[in-house]
Design a protein around this ligand. Structure first.
Ligand code: FE
Ligand code: FE
Ligand code: MG
Length: 176
């Protein structure tokens, strides 16, 4: 734990344990997003799969990097990143959309939903910390930028594939 690093955050008026909890929820989302992309890239089928797979693999790597950055910040603030997959599932806001249908257009829809949820989560978190914890704010802003890019990348593919993506289909795991 960075003792003074933690103190400046609490002195600025944030409940540090609550912040750690929110960061751990996001950390859990990232691991589930990582696996959803990773396993999707292994199983994707159909004529669109060849276009989709490289994007899924790229996003998987970026979600894993988000998890790493969140873990670092959680430790700096004196917390412990969620230590088991059970905890990821329990803490996650965006959940896990099991890719039961490996058809590329179905995977694409599920992944877009996940990104939209992630954008909402990080946007809320950014507004919570933006005037009080500049280090976390910087980190969250970097992640948020990448989640917006992920949504855009997948929307571009949906457009190329002529797959219609309603704003919130099936069960929406969105934050609110
Ligand atoms: Fe992410
Ligand atoms: Fe993402
Ligand atoms: Mg991309």
């Amino acid at each position: 734990m960075g003792a003074i690093g933690r103190k400046i955050v609490s002195n600025a008026g944030l409940n540090v344990d609550e912040l750690i909890d929110l960061l751990n929820k996001a950390y859990s989302d990232e691991w589930l997003a990582y696996y959803q992309y990773w396993v999707g890239a292994q199983i994707a089928s159909g004529i669109l799969a060849v276009n989709l797979i490289p994007e899924l693999e790229e996003h998987a790597n970026e979600e894993l990097d988000h998890a790493k950055k969140l873990a670092k910040r959680i430790v700096e603030l004196g917390g412990t990143p969620a230590l088991s997959p059970e905890e990821w599932y329990q803490k996650s806001t965006c959940g896990y959309l099991t890719p039961k249908d490996a058809e590329a257009s179905v995977l694409l829809k599920q992944n877009i939903q996940g990104e939209r949820c992630a954008i909402e989560v990080y946007n809320k978190l950014l507004f919570l910390v933006k005037d009080k914890d500049l280090i976390t704010a910087h980190l969250i802003r970097q992640i948020l930028e990448e989640e917006v890019e992920h949504e855009q990348d997948l929307e571009n593919l949906a457009h190329d594939f002529q797959v219609k993506i309603p704003l919130c289909e099936e069960k929406c795991h969105c934050a609110n």
